[in-house]
Design a protein around this ligand. Structure first.
Ligand code: TEU
Ligand code: CA
Length: 568
């Protein structure tokens, strides 16, 4: 039997500070802005808030490049503002999680500045430095063929000491050397303990599978023959000492502070996943896997998109939330975050006539799956991808920009790849939250740092609060039902009953007493007949997104239903 825990039943809301709410008119979201919306989050039914990095940073990767773990990025506010946020969140009975980015720091971090300064520096070994390789013509090359997630080589040459340092992400994000115990202690003290002592309730752990690199630093087998640098997960994902490192973090910090943690692991087999999140393993409470958010994507390169159908999508859900079946482990339910496009554009339909309906259908799916629920800012009001006709200059993400440059793309000739960029870019999640229909969507009274979506007069929090039929109210209601029937929706066993149906997604949730809920979602823009797959059982509708007159026999476009089976 699955153990009941508060964090399993929590609804977590992710805030991406730059684009959430600006309080002082400088065009950038900030911590006082977050504080001003806490009552709204409470109204929605949020239990835990996770904020993406708000630490001091040059913002090359929007704060995932930290230059001081113990300070706040000045545009976001001060340490005092953060302390206020902790107090105000707790006052409302909610909890606060921070983002723990410890695979790398910014190259502006004092540790790296010292490490870089000379080969003899006491912090030299805090990062990963290697000498160049020379070919027969005496030309200098990086130590191996590893590619960065943000295009090009994962190594950057530094003239000062004639060596390369490793950066799995941007050049300005040097990887820390976890093999060095002194480095680990410094990370723990500054990034973890400092904040737990301030009273935060847990962490989302960034790139949680990547700290332990295979120490031979050899070339990886070639995946893309036309490229000089290759995906190198093989030598840094779930490396030899990764579980030892996580156990150390759990035993020494998470456990004594009663903090919760969710690791961004991404790609992992069931066997490997259990090492992170089973009760017995005691490394972290839960993890993010990318089976759903990367369906149809070549995981070696986020902009290679092959397309997918509903059956692939169902399989993604099965492997992401179903992997805990019969174990003591726990999982997460999410379909959006700051690294992903908007779910309606990707898995629903963002045409005006289907936006709301398909957004509600996705809410039905998300609130009935097993695991801890995560919602990303703006998802609850049905925000969608940025318009296809926006110029490339509106895209601000280093991931998109490097890709664009590295592949010498030209918008007029490379139409297909631009369609994929528009569909998949992280920029889609980063347009400002639409609070009301005033200028700049009520996000800022100044000039927004990044463009506000053109649809904000139609899609915003203020309008939806007034409209009982809005997506916002639908999410609120669906989250309430999730808790009311938590043994079915949060803890229940998940069973797909129409895996081969390319149009409809139907599944059961079954509790320990054998009681059932039956969920059925039409994933097409067509009206189709409804077939009750549970013959001989009485079904009672408890939620549907149907605006038209409900007809049991017919499923309207993107119609979604939750039935209780033999229960009322
Ligand atoms: O993401 C790491 C990650 O695993 C990738 O999937 C990332 O989303 C992808 O490479 C982008 O193409 C984390 C953060 O969530 C992300 O925002 C940061 O950019 C990254 O780490 C580096 O800190
Ligand atoms: Ca501001």
């Amino acid at each position: 039997m699955v153990q009941h825990k508060w964090w399993k039943e929590s609804t977590v809301y992710q805030i991406w500070p730059a684009s959430y709410k600006d309080s002082n008119g400088d065009g950038i979201g900030d911590i006082p802005g977050i504080i001003s919306t806490l009552d709204y989050l409470k109204f929605l039914g949020v239990d835990v808030i996770w904020i993406s990095p708000m630490y001091d940073s040059p913002q090359d990767d929007m704060g995932y490049d930290i230059s001081n773990y113990e300070e706040i990025f000045e545009k976001y506010g001060t340490l005092h503002d953060m302390e206020q946020l902790i107090v105000e969140t707790h006052k409302r009975g909610m909890k606060l999680m921070l983002d723990l980015v410890i695979n790398h720091t910014s190259s502006e971090h004092q540790w790296f500045k010292e490490s870089r300064s000379s080969k003899q520096d006491p912090k030299r070994d805090w990062y990963i430095w290697k000498p160049p390789k020379y070919d027969s013509n005496g030309i200098r090359h990086p130590p191996n063929n590893w590619g960065s997630y943000f295009s090009g080589s994962a190594w950057k040459y530094d003239e000062l000491t004639d060596e390369y340092y490793l950066h799995l992400f941007a050049e300005s994000q040097p990887d820390l050397n976890w093999e060095n115990v002194e480095t680990r202690e410094a990370i723990y003290k500054s990034a973890i303990k400092f904040w737990l002592e301030k009273g935060i309730d847990g962490f989302r752990i960034d790139t949680a599978g990547m700290y332990s690199k295979v120490q031979t630093f050899q070339d990886v087998p070639i995946t893309f023959p036309d490229k000089d640098f290759q995906p190198c997960k093989l030598y840094h994902q779930h490396g030899p000492r990764i579980h030892e490192f996580h156990k150390e973090i759990y035993d020494r910090f998470m456990k004594p502070f009663h903090a919760i943690s969710v690791g961004e692991v991404g790609h992992s087999t069931k066997e490997e996943s259990l090492k992170y999140v089973s009760e017995e393993a005691k490394e972290m409470n839960m993890m993010f896997l990318f089976d759903v958010v990367e369906v149809g994507v070549d995981s070696r390169d986020r902009f290679r998109f092959k397309g997918y159908d509903l059956i692939d999508f169902k399989k993604g859900i099965q492997s992401q939330s179903g992997f805990i079946e019969g174990t003591d482990a726990w999982s997460t339910v999410f379909i959006e975050n700051h690294d992903q496009p908007r779910s309606i554009s990707r898995f629903g339909n963002d045409y005006p006539q289907f936006r709301v309906k398909s957004g509600k259908a996705l809410a039905v799916l998300q609130t009935t799956l097993t695991g801890t629920e995560f919602i990303y800012q703006g998802q609850e009001i049905g925000m969608v991808n940025v318009p296809r006709d926006w110029d490339i200059k509106e895209y601000k993400d280093i991931n998109t920009i490097n890709y664009y440059k590295d592949n010498n793309l030209d918008k007029s000739t490379d139409k297909e790849i631009f369609d994929v960029i528009n569909l998949m870019a992280r920029d889609n999640a980063r347009s400002p939250v639409q609070w009301d229909s005033s200028k700049n969507a009520g996000f800022t009274s100044g000039i927004p740092w990044t463009r506000v979506h053109d649809n904000y007069r139609d899609v915003n929090v203020a309008n939806q609060k007034k409209d009982p039929n809005s997506i916002l109210h639908f999410w609120k209601k669906a989250l309430e039902l999730r808790k009311k029937y938590k043994d079915l929706f949060i803890y229940g066993k998940f069973e797909i009953i129409d895996i081969d149906n390319p149009d409809v997604f139907s599944f059961l949730k079954i509790n320990d007493k054998g009681e059932k809920a039956y969920i059925s979602i039409n994933f097409t823009p067509k009206t189709i007949p409804f077939t009750n797959l549970l013959t001989n059982e009485t079904i009672t509708l408890i939620l549907s997104n149907c605006d038209e007159k409900f007809n049991e026999q017919i499923m309207t476009p993107y119609e979604a239903r939750i039935y209780l089976v033999n229960l009322t």
